[in-house]
Structures are given as C-alpha cells and as structure tokens.
Design a protein around this ligand. Structure first.
Ligand code: FES
Length: 121
C-alpha cells in the first residue's frame, strides 16, 4: 500500500450522497483539499480540484453531489463528473477527470485510510 495521505473519521458518512471534506499534505509538503462521498454502499475519494481551472468544485456553491443526475458538479462552470471514477461527462473539461484517491479500511470501522491510486514508480 502507498503511504497514507490521511486517516478520516467516516462516522457521519451514513447516507447516500453525503460528503465529507478533508485535507492532506502531499509528499512535497503541499496542502490539498479533498473529499469523501458516500455513493450507495461505497466510499469514493477525490481531490477537490476541478481539472478546468483547478478550483474546488464547491468554491462557488454549497454542494458537490447532485442526486438527480447522480454526478459530482463543479459550481464554477457546471462540469459534471461520474462518482465512480471522477470522469468528466459534461462541461468545459469533458473527457478529463478529477484525481481519484484510494480508500482503505482500518482496524477501526469508523475510520478509513486515504492513499494515492495506482502504482507510483
Ligand atoms: S472550474 Fe470547474 S468547470 Fe470551470
């Protein structure tokens, strides 16, 4: 497993569409905003940075997830992303993607560990 970026308390992520913000510091000491989404029985994590202008998705709005369309939404220009993988399906960054993070269980059922996804060489 890659180096943990954060350990997050998920006690409040009980309902579909619930979002929990957290921050982490990367390997170079840079701060990042991120969020966890409860999507059905799955927890998804992404950096909270739109691939269009690199702003947080909710910088100009008060929610990230739109239940009606089942998409994550950037409030700045309306880009929409699939909650399963962060792929942008409409808006100015169509075809691009949010940066997904990996979510791992811990020995404590109320906490998860967040790491980068994929193989870092
Ligand atoms: S900054 Fe997100 S769509 Fe433009």
């Amino acid at each position: 497993m890659s180096t943990p970026l954060a350990t997050v308390d998920i006690t409040d992520l009980t309902t579909h569409g619930a979002v929990l913000h957290f921050t982490f510091t990367d390997e170079l000491g840079r701060p990042h905003r991120a969020f966890l989404l409860r999507h059905g029985d799955t927890l998804r994590a992404f950096e909270n940075r739109c691939p269009h202008w690199s702003t947080p998705l909710d910088e100009h709005g008060d929610h990230l997830y739109d239940r009606a369309s089942d998409t994550l939404v950037c409030a700045t220009h309306g880009a929409r992303f699939l909650p399963d993988d962060g792929h942008c399906v409409s808006g100015p960054c169509t075809g691009d993607s949010l940066t997904p993070l990996a979510v791992h269980p811990t020995d404590d059922p109320t906490r998860v560990r967040i790491t980068r996804q994929g193989l870092r060489l």
